[in-house]
Design a protein around this ligand. Structure first.
Ligand code: MLT
Length: 393
């Protein structure tokens, strides 16, 4: 008889952003006032010129019988891997090889699907609050979740709590939604603990482009020995505005072994070869054109625009005394506030929607510790950010 994976019954009915989108559609239908959406972290600026030109160039190549290419390799084309090594890992001491790069459509799918290659009933450490995909994808696998509230508390638990035995730890730096970043010193400590207790670190660097402070690592491979224990996920969604055309990559070092003969790299390749047909040539060529035309600065202008948006929102909520920790917003495209009068985060969601037609993200959607908190995205259009503040004033 057909049976379902019972773990799916342990999930919330809806994925956080699917639920918000449903609520949004209901409100759009019943109100004349234009809704301002500052919920999901989705970019609003158009592609930079060199990325659009890259798509046109790729289209020309695909339209000519002499330059047409069919299926890509499942881990992406070498021409892009070379640029990733040259541009993104230039200042990183560890040497990243092309075979360690897996270009994909999204970090969200890689960070979830990679769990397939490990046994079930793993012990995974997940920050609370954090990007909900880590939690949901581990519930789907039936894994055992151990929560931690900050990087320092994670280190403390690993060192002092005999019950805190983990196989995988997820680090999101800068953290979505809080903006907490992991320092070099904390990463050094975590890597030494990973070597000692034999766990793997999943390092999600989706928001590294928003780091403003000098001493914060943009890649875990800036730290010695990281290649022995860490897998890194990098997405072009926020850094290059690729949410509609999709592209990301994952670094799976060959040094990480499950036992002395089997590398995680070889199993991830096996998974990719079987279940994935590789990234879109158009998307790959778009970012390739950015890298090779030295147009990285154009991307930085977009990052600065979103950073300025975040600062405008931050200053407003600071003036309302709703910012908990000023340091947390420095390296993040999100503003994380406490709700006024300790309202529950879903109550505040409907309060904003009903009274101001403003959509944000309830903190509890990122985990229990997010209750009585709320997240606004700085990825909106400037006029929307300013209008939202006007309405709230
Ligand atoms: C967010 O709003 O947290 C993210 O944009 C969602 C995502 O990247 O999937």
């Amino acid at each position: 008889m057909l049976k379902i994976n019972n773990n799916y019954l342990k999930l919330e009915n809806n994925y956080l952003f699917a639920k918000i989108s449903e609520e949004k559609n209901k409100y759009i239908q019943k109100s004349d006032v234009s809704l301002i959406d500052l919920s999901i972290g989705d970019v609003t600026l158009p592609l930079v010129n060199k990325a659009s030109e890259g798509i046109i160039k790729a289209n020309n190549l695909l339209s000519n019988i002499n330059t047409f290419v069919g299926y890509p390799p499942s881990s992406g084309h070498e021409f892009l891997k070379e640029q990733i090594i040259k541009n993104d890992y230039l200042n990183v001491k560890a040497k990243i090889s092309k075979e360690e790069i897996f270009i994909s459509d999204s970090s969200k799918s890689d960070i979830s699907n990679i769990l397939d290659i490990f046994s079930d009933k793993l012990n995974v450490a997940i920050q609370n609050p954090v990007y909900p995909v880590y939690l949901d994808s581990n519930i789907m696998r039936g894994n055992n979740i151990l929560y931690y509230s900050s990087i320092d508390s994670l280190i403390y638990e690993i060192e002092n709590n005999d019950d805190f035995i983990i196989d995988i730890v997820y680090i999101c730096s800068p953290n979505n939604p809080t903006g907490e970043v992991v320092t070099k010193k904390q990463l050094e400590k975590l890597i030494s603990l990973a070597l000692k207790y034999q766990f793997i670190i999943f390092f999600d660097a989706a928001y590294e482009a928003f780091i403003q402070e000098n001493n914060i690592p943009h890649s875990i491979y800036e730290i010695k020995n990281a290649k022995r224990v860490a897998i890194e996920f990098k997405s072009y969604s926020k850094t290059a505005g690729f949410t509609p055309i999709r592209l990301s990559y994952t670094i799976v070092p060959k040094e990480i072994k499950i036992n002395k003969d089997i590398t995680v790299n070889s199993l991830f390749k096996r998974l990719k070869d079987t279940k994935y047909n590789g990234p879109s040539f158009l998307s790959e060529y778009a970012i390739y054109n950015v890298y090779t035309s030295s147009a990285i600065n154009e991307l930085k202008e977009n990052i600065n625009y979103y950073t300025e948006n975040t600062k405008i929102l931050f200053d407003f909520f600071k003036s309302k005394h709703l910012i908990l920790d000023e340091n947390l917003c420095v390296n993040s495209p999100y503003v994380w506030i406490k709700t006024p009068n300790n309202m529950s985060s879903w109550d505040y969601f409907y309060y904003l929607l009903d009274n101001f037609m403003i959509l944000g993200t309830p903190g509890i959607g990122f985990g229990k510790n997010g209750e009585n908190h709320f997240r606004f995205t700085g990825f909106g259009k400037r006029e929307d950010i300013l209008n939202a503040i006007d309405r709230l004033k």
